[in-house]
Ligand binder design. Structure first.
Ligand code: GDP
Length: 193
């Protein structure tokens, strides 16, 4: 019965999402320059390239990870769609997202303020069961740090978010970020059909 082979179908949408194989739209929000593209490139391609950007025109990059409980999670990571500059685009961008990763730069208090804005925005307009993560990126630049770790922790705690500091440059905590998100995703109940 060839119908059983649908996991091998070339169409992305033919891959079923079930209790063991989750699929989720992930968006990154935050000021321009905080390292959103670099985090994605580090995660998907395993490299840090200060000059390359996620290809313009690609609607999303995807990456699948396996968790310890043998669940797999396929992240569909969307291009930022200019949300940094054109806030009117933001709702289009995060609509339907199961995961929002709000990124700031630990050397930039401005970007941390913007992160606080995004937390509020998503609480008002995001889907109710969205998994939110707060990320303090560029943790390798500790000599230039201006946002204390505690501030990030506190913001995250108050808002029921997962918090982590990362470096796309050194790869510190990048995989952990996505693993922790995977663990927090709601599991569809096996009986629902
Ligand atoms: P985006 O606008 O948020 O997508 O930011 P980019 O990913 O384009 O990164 C902006 C700049 O920050 C680039 O020059 C990167 O090289 C630099 N950058 C990104 N992540 C890191 C990091 O973890 N550490 C350091 N030192 N620089 C980073």
């Amino acid at each position: 019965n060839s119908g059983a082979l649908n996991g091998l179908n070339s169409s992305e949408n033919a891959v079923p999402a079930d209790a063991k194989n989750l699929r989720v739209k992930l968006v990154l929000l935050g000021d321009s320059g905080v390292g959103k593209s670099c985090i994605v490139l580090r995660f998907v391609r395993g490299q840090f390239d200060a000059t390359s950007k996620v290809t313009v025109g690609a609607s999303f990059l995807s990456q699948t990870i396996a968790l310890q409980d043998s669940t797999t999670v396929k992240f569909e990571i969307w291009d930022t769609a200019g949300q940094e500059r054109y806030s009117a685009l933001a709702p289009l961008y995060y609509r339907g997202a199961g995961v929002a990763v709000i990124v700031y730069d630990i050397t930039s208090p401005e970007s941390f303020k913007k992160a606080q804005y995004w937390v509020k925005e998503l609480q008002k307009h995001g889907s109710p069961d969205i998994v939110m993560a707060l990320v303090g990126n560029k943790a390798d630049l500790h000599e230039k740090r201006e946002v204390p770790t505690e501030d990030g922790m506190e913001l995250a705690e108050k808002n029921g978010m997962f918090f982590i500091e990362t470096s796309a440059k050194t790869a510190d905590n990048i995989n952990q970020l996505f693993e922790e998100i995977g663990k927090r995703l709601p599991r569809p109940s096996p009986s629902s059909s």
